[in-house]
Design a protein around this ligand. Structure first.
Ligand code: SF4
Length: 101
């Protein structure tokens, strides 16, 4: 029984990782710089959603592998799967959800 549970958990984690990788990949089609990077102020517009505080981006908007963006995607993955909703297949379909979560 235990082995089955562990396997299910690992499979779920794989699915989450694959989905996050897909979002990162599709994001590159549209965004050279992070869509949550405010160039004028260098603020990270995701910080409030993810960390509950206001903060600056210390990556100059380079989002590949950014832990804040990954955390946001993890949150979103949970949001969709808990509600048994179909996961988006393109980053552009989730980009504005930072402001409604
Ligand atoms: S910290 Fe990450 S999510 Fe925030 S603006 Fe910078 S690259 Fe984007």
């Amino acid at each position: 029984m235990r082995g089955g549970e562990t396997l299910a958990k690992a499979t779920e984690e794989d699915a989450e990782k694959r989905w996050i990788a897909l979002m990162m990949k599709t994001a590159k089609k549209y965004h050279k710089l992070c869509p949550y990077f405010d160039k004028k102020t260098t603020q990270c517009l995701l910080m409030a959603t993810v960390e509950g505080r206001v903060g600056k981006c210390d990556r100059d908007g380079k989002y590949d592998g950014c832990p804040i963006l990954v955390k946001f995607l993890e949150k979103l993955y949970k949001y969709y799967t808990e509600r048994k909703k179909v996961l988006p297949r393109d980053f552009q379909d989730v980009v504005n959800q930072a402001f409604i979560m």
